[in-house]
Design a protein around this ligand. Structure first.
Ligand code: PLP
Length: 405
């Protein structure tokens, strides 16, 4: 975090809105999850087993995809999807800089080069109109990120991909519930990668999932995810008879465990209730912040395009820093002083040392992503929040922004 600008007021509030700090992104977990974990422990099978299979089946059914493969993170899901696509040294993958490090790191891990395309200011998703001019003879895939749960414009993305023979691998870490024009995210591109990290819409502690309709990709992802061992290798510990495994690829250790899946199974049962709660909180925020020097997230056309659904994973305010006498980092600090935890999603990857130095970026290479990087702040949006918590967030945000406008 940057230091305060000279003369800016200190964060500590003499009369904070909350005495008990509200943690950003605290997951909703109940007795059902606790019981399922206890049952898993008592079953004696805590590794990859029947609960992972059940979680995959539930997820497959929810998304409507022929294959859903559970892994230990979305990062692993992205990496294995790159491998399934055959991406390697010399290749280029088009993606957005307005994302978490894992998106572009997964490209770098294969030896390929991430090629950033700036985002659209309103949606904060990759600008579909800029993708085609980034395609070169080396381009192999497009990796769109459904930022905050708002589905990317998949029709133009898929048509650029088709015209140039590119694969489409989606970072759907925010987008478990997202639907694009009647099609669930996870059923459109070649593969989609989901996250169950602690702050995500449903959680398994750590965890991820890949959905794909391609049998060969599914087989590869599963095999590469467990040391490259021939299929069903985990069964060698069960009572179904001794089976020799064969090493088919130099794979990774990316499998999910039943301890994690125990949480996932119970979280899946409440996925729609959680989404409905976030939608409520979202519209309360929209109403409460309409007069502040900050832009609320652009409205979705869900009224005119009801077949499109925003998963509402992150509520990001875009501060109008020109109308405030403090910068974004100071706002974050003052909200902390009021007892409210926030997040920043994201500082554009081209501004981070590795990407800046390795690829020689300057800050203005992606002006929209840079603009957002300097102004964005994410407010608590977990289904766990009580009405009082939501009131406190609203009171604190209004107090801080009005004090400095
Ligand atoms: C959280 C996140 C990831 C990584 O998910 P993990 O499950 O923590 O590996 C990838 N991309 C985006 C956009 C994310 O927010």
């Amino acid at each position: 975090m940057k230091p305060h600008p000279a003369g800016a007021p200190r964060a500590a509030s003499s009369d904070p809105v909350r005495k008990q700090f509200l943690v950003f992104g605290s997951p909703a977990l109940g007795e059902a999850e606790i019981q399922e974990v206890v049952d898993t422990l008592r079953s004696g099978w805590i590794g990859t087993g029947p609960r992972v299979a059940r979680f995959e089946e539930m997820f497959r059914g929810y998304i409507g995809s022929p294959h859903a493969l559970a892994l230990n993170s979305c990062t692993a899901a992205l990496h294995l999807s790159m491998i399934a696509a055959g991406i390697g040294p010399g290749d280029e993958v088009i993606t957005t800089p307005h994302t978490f490090a894992a998106t572009a790191n997964s490209i770098v891990h294969t030896g390929a080069t991430p090629v950033f395309v700036d985002v659209d200011q309103a949606t904060q998703n990759i600008d579909p109109s800029l993708i085609e001019r980034a395609v070169t003879p080396r381009t192999r895939a497009i990796l769109p990120v459904h930022f905050a749960g708002r589905p990317c414009e998949m029709d133009p993305i898929m048509s650029v991909a088709r015209r140039h023979g590119l694969r489409v691998i989606e970072d759907a870490a925010h987008a478990i519930e997202s639907v694009y024009r009647g099609r669930h995210i996870g059923t459109i591109g070649d593969a989609a990668c989901f996250s169950f990290y602690v702050t995500k819409n449903i959680v398994t502690g750590e965890g991820g999932m890949v959905t794909t309709s391609d049998d060969t990709w599914a087989e590869k992802i599963q095999t590469y995810g467990l040391h490259g061992l021939s299929k069903g290798a985990w069964k060698r510990y069960s009572d179904s008879g001794f089976v020799h495994y064969q090493v088919l690829y130099p794979g990774f250790k990316y499998n999910m465990t039943d301890m994690q899946a125990a949480l996932g199974i119970r979280q899946m049962e409440r996925i729609d209730a959680y989404a409905a709660r976030r939608r409520e909180i979202w519209s309360r925020y929209d109403k409460a912040f309409s007069d502040l020097p900050a832009a609320v997230p652009s409205p979705m056309r869900e009224d005119t395009e009801p077949a499109t659904v925003h998963a509402r994973h992150l509520y990001t305010l875009l501060l109008d820093v020109e109308r405030l006498n403090i910068d974004r980092d100071a706002v974050v600090e003052e909200l902390k002083g009021e007892g409210i935890g926030t997040g920043i999603h994201f500082i554009s990857l081209h501004l981070h040392p590795y990407y800046r130095e390795r690829f020689g970026f300057s800050p203005d290479d992606f002006p929209q992503a840079r603009h957002i990087s300097e102004r964005t702040v994410s407010l608590p949006l977990s289904a766990r929040l009580s009405d009082q918590d939501v009131d406190d967030v609203i009171t604190a945000v209004r107090k801080v922004l009005l004090r400095h406008s």
